[in-house]
Ligand binder design. Structure first.
Ligand code: CP
Length: 310
């Protein structure tokens, strides 16, 4: 593949190759004597974030540094976007400086596919509106595979603001393709029934308490008020009463259940601090795993034929 626009175009073999490559990078980077590899030496990467980010942006930058890439961090706030320059013109001007890879986050679904039609550089989707966030799904899968040793047959509940989540869409492509059994949970207003037409193997439930005992993993999603979630719930107290993961609900779960959350967390809304910081959470492991996963993405896009071994 030349670009990573989403998980949808990836085969199970592509996904396994990415996760295996990430495992190799994790091993290398754990050794203090190595830590940095020359795999992207002389490659120029532009990080182009038009939306806020803490985890994804820093994780990509660390991954690029570990791969010895040259890096430009585009600052949208001080750029000529503020003079009215369009996304395409911005990208074409950056392209004229010959980057090898462009890592972009943008609020418009499909912005990356549009750029990919115009650009010679490889485009990596770091989130496009409510469409896809492929490296998040890859790091979630990496975290689950590392913990359970497999993805096939795992029962995973994804809970909360399904409607507005790009994380859930990338996870649905990935988890169903790898044979996991996914249940979407949330109020009817936040779980569009038509998602079953795209992913026929999934279940949809509005009864979190009933779903919890069967799950190997519970992935909580952030209520995304910046994308209008407030209009789809009667109030935050009511939402928490039915869909918050708290100690009482954890009592209903399997003893060895794991809890994931892509971050940032609304503490006290979709999840309580006791659970988010508790013994079953893998939330910061997800963040740690994001670095080798993004190294694998950048490396495999730059070396599609495996001509250089890290
Ligand atoms: N999970 C995630 O994408 O977090 P950021 O928005 O902070 O990058």
């Amino acid at each position: 593949h030349k670009h990573l626009l989403g998980i949808e175009p990836l085969s199970p073999q592509d996904i396994t190759a990415l996760l295996d490559q990430a495992r190799a990078f994790e091993e290398v980077c754990e050794r203090p004597s190595i830590k940095i590899v020359p795999a992207l030496r002389k490659k120029l990467v532009v990080n182009l974030f038009f939306e806020n980010s803490t985890r994804t942006r820093n994780s990509f930058e660390i991954a690029e540094k570990r791969l010895s890439a040259e890096i430009i961090n585009f600052d949208a706030d001080t750029s000529s976007l503020n003079k009215g320059e369009t996304l395409i013109d911005t990208a074409m001007n950056l392209e004229a400086m010959h980057p090898d890879l462009i890592v972009m986050r943008h609020s418009a679904p499909g912005a990356h596919a549009l750029l990919a039609r115009h650009m010679k550089a490889s485009i990596v989707n770091a989130g496009d509106g409510a469409h896809e966030h492929p490296t998040q799904a890859l790091l979630d899968a990496y975290t689950l595979r590392k913990h359970f040793g497999k993805l096939e047959g795992l029962r995973v509940a994804i809970v909360g603001d399904i409607r507005n989540s790009r994380v859930v869409r990338s996870n649905l492509w990935l988890l169903t393709r790898m044979g996991a059994k996914v249940t979407l949970v949330g109020p009817p207003t936040l779980v569009p029934q038509e998602m079953k037409a795209t992913w026929p193997s999934i279940d949809i439930s509005h009864d979190f308490d009933a779903v919890i005992p069967k799950q190997d993993a519970i992935m909580m999603l952030r209520a995304q008020f910046e994308r209008g979630t407030g209009a789809y719930i009667p109030g935050q107290g009511e939402y928490s009463r039915f869909f918050q993961l708290n100690p009482a609900r954890m009592q209903r779960a399997k003893k060895d259940v794991v809890v994931l959350h892509p971050g940032p967390i609304n503490r006290g809304l979709e999840i309580t601090s006791e659970v988010a910081d508790g013994p079953r959470n893998l939330i910061l492991d997800q963040v740690t795993n994001g670095v080798p996963v993004r190294m694998a993405v950048l490396y495999l896009l730059s070396h599609p034929h495996g001509e250089q071994v890290p």
